[in-house]
Design a protein around this ligand. Structure first.
Ligand code: M6R
Length: 613
């Protein structure tokens, strides 16, 4: 959450900062701001809401006023304090000589605020960040050296941070540091960059230096100096950035979300390439460092993730247990980290995260690493903090996902989990026939998703019909239970309709009390082991006058009449059906939100990367 960018060099800093922030906007859109180094002062410009508001304000300024060789920028996702102009970053000390941008949370800010207030500091915002600006300025008053001041101050802070700091007395440098929040340096020619994500700077450089926790960097236009926490000069590897600048274009689609849903078939083809040849060949996962002996030793698997990635993990439980006979537990990272960590060298821990930056998941993975568990990370960002903690990596390679609501990354996570489950089962010589069926289904999946996508018009019509309902229930059983959870999450996050997913068998243990004609129930019923069971639950809902939408590959004639609407998907083996069913749910959520005129790609209160606990 929050995005930060810094620039020093011969270009006009504001151009680089605004361009960088435009690629970071998915991280927050409560406010945007920049600080530009001027003649013996720092000029700050902020605007509420999306970045376009700041850009409009800056257009009205005299270009000379915003010309600068160095600057820092920020887009905010509010944690402490309302989304107001006073709380927007950058934040400065009282004399305005020092200014900074911050991503993270200062947990002990109140204690430091009390200390600084006693020293005569006045506060103008409700943020935790402002405390850091005053504290570093206070330390600067003693040391007259920005690196030393940042070091002294951060030693007093608790929490997570990535800071970019400028001081008017040191106009030719920017100082940066991080702890438990992402920050990297882009190395240029006669210019250098700082960013919380490579997408902000990839257009300008392909060379990056990743800062470690507690390291402090000072960048000038020609130099990059990195210090460890004892302020000893140290050297970090310069790495090549992994991808070309991405044309973040909607390619004619109205929203990124719709474009990303439509990319799903190609995303799957991409993942499968080189990993499965045909149903008779073994799965090849070159970055999974687990051989037959190690896999046979594993007696327990824990999957840790948040949000949509957690739902992918739940599908993983069904399929991995089915194929490998190893017990799997799935837990949200935020719950995992606040209880005893039970894992050892026989445990395989799978962390799933699209961004590779989710703070809770990073904390959980750090905890299990201390227990010597093998850590396998499934992520879309192989350069991320989380990927760097892995013993084995499954890069889902879905391409940049811009829409805050995860779609193509979910499908890519599912496919990667299937591949992993098959890979492990093959090493254990388990269930050859079933593996062939799943491999065949995976190879057919892109075409089957294309068939669902070609049915978009019908889903759009159904979406229109249900867009005025205030509540929604999604039900399913077995391996599609997570599809019900994910379908409900998609709908609520982009349309703000109150949607809940239930295991269909649980309906009669409470939720059925809510059913009447004002409550649509979307039931996922594949022709498989649990079809009849879910159908009975549909009958129960019908008897309470709920509106019923069926998503299925076939519905028997005798049952058709209980449904208000039926969305048919191609025939598919139950085990792989979550990937098809979720495509229907994604489209339904999209069209409802679009029909309601919601901000589909940037839903209120959400951010793409959740880098705070
Ligand atoms: O980057 P991650 O996969 O770790 O993110 C986890 C969740 O924050 C994310 O899936 C979130 O739930 C999305 N908004 C879902 O659409």
């Amino acid at each position: 959450m929050c995005g930060i960018v810094g620039y020093i060099g011969c270009q006009n800093a504001i151009d680089v900062l605004l361009d960088g922030l435009s690629h970071l906007e998915y991280r927050g859109y409560d406010s945007a701001g920049v600080a530009l180094m001027g003649e013996n002062k720092i000029n700050i410009h902020k605007a509420l809401g999306k970045l376009c508001n700041l850009i409009e304000d800056l257009k009205k300024k005299d270009p000379k006023e915003i010309k600068s060789h160095a600057g820092i920028g920020h887009i905010r996702w509010a944690t402490h304090g309302l989304p107001t102009l006073a709380n927007a970053h950058p934040h400065s000390c009282n004399c305005k000589g020092l200014t900074l941008v911050h991503n993270g949370i200062i947990e002990n800010y109140q204690e430091i605020k009390n200390f600084l207030t006693e020293k005569g500091v006045t506060f103008t915002s409700q943020t935790d960040t402002e405390v850091a600006a005053h504290l570093i300025a206070y330390e600067y008053g003693k040391t007259k050296d920005l690196i030393q001041a940042v070091s002294n101050a951060t030693k007093k802070l608790k929490g997570a941070w990535a800071f970019c700091v400028m001081h008017k007395n040191e106009p030719d440098s920017i100082v940066a540091t991080r702890k438990n929040a992402p920050l990297l340096i882009g190395k240029g020619n006669g210019e250098n960059f700082l960013a919380s994500d490579i997408v902000a700077i990839i257009k300008y450089t392909k060379k990056a230096i990743y800062l470690e926790d507690n390291q402090i960097a000072k960048i000038t236009k020609d130099t990059i100096s990195i210090y460890n926490e004892d302020l000893i000069l140290t050297e970090n590897k310069v790495e090549s950035l992994p991808f070309e600048p991405v044309a973040l274009s909607k390619m004619g689609y109205k929203h990124f979300m719709l474009k990303e849903i439509n990319e799903q078939p190609d995303v799957i083809r991409n993942i499968l390439q080189g990993k499965i040849k045909d149903e008779f060949s073994k799965v090849n996962l070159p970055d999974v460092n687990l051989d037959k002996k190690q896999i046979e030793k594993i007696n327990r698997i824990q999957i840790i993730a948040c949000g949509t990635s957690f739902h992918a993990g739940l599908v993983g439980k069904y399929i991995i247990e089915e194929l490998t006979n190893i017990p799997v537990e799935v837990e949200t990272s935020s719950e995992y980290i606040y209880r005893k960590t039970i894992a050892d060298e026989k445990t395989l821990v799978i962390g799933i995260s699209q961004s590779g930056e989710t703070a809770d998941t990073i904390t959980a993975i750090k905890q299990v690493k201390e227990k010597n568990a093998h850590v396998l990370i499934i992520t879309n960002r192989k350069e991320s903090l989380l990927a760097r903690l892995s013993d084995s990596l499954l890069h889902i390679n879905a391409g940049i996902e811009v829409s805050v609501a995860a779609t193509k990354s979910y499908i890519a996570q599912l496919v990667s989990i299937y591949l992993l489950a098959i890979y492990m089962a093959e090493k254990k010589d388990e269930k050859e026939e079933k593996l062939q069926t799943i491999k065949h289904e995976l190879l057919m999946l892109p075409a089957k998703i294309e068939a669902v996508l070609s049915n978009s018009k019908k889903i759009q019509e159904i979406a229109k019909k249900y867009s005025s309902y205030k509540n929604f229930i999604f039900i399913a059983r077995g391996i599609n239970y997570p599809s019900a959870l994910e379908g409900a999450l998609k709908l609520k996050e982009i349309s703000y309709i109150n949607a809940t997913g239930y295991a269909a068998g649980e309906l009669k243990h409470g939720p059925i009390a809510m059913l009447d004609e004002t409550m649509p129930v979307l039931a996922i019923l594949n022709k498989g082991m649990v079809y009849d069971k879910v159908m009975s639950n549909c009958e129960e809902a019908y008897a309470r006058r709920a509106k019923l939408i069926g998503v299925a590959n076939n519905i028997d004639d005798k049952h058709k009449t209980i449904f208000d609407d039926i969305i048919l998907i191609p025939d598919i083996d139950d085990s792989v059906s979550p990937a098809l069913n979720i495509t229907v749910c994604q489209l339904l959520a999209y069209f409802i939100a679009e029909y309601l005129g919601k901000d589909v790609d940037q839903p209120r209160n959400l951010a793409k990367s959740v880098t705070v606990e």
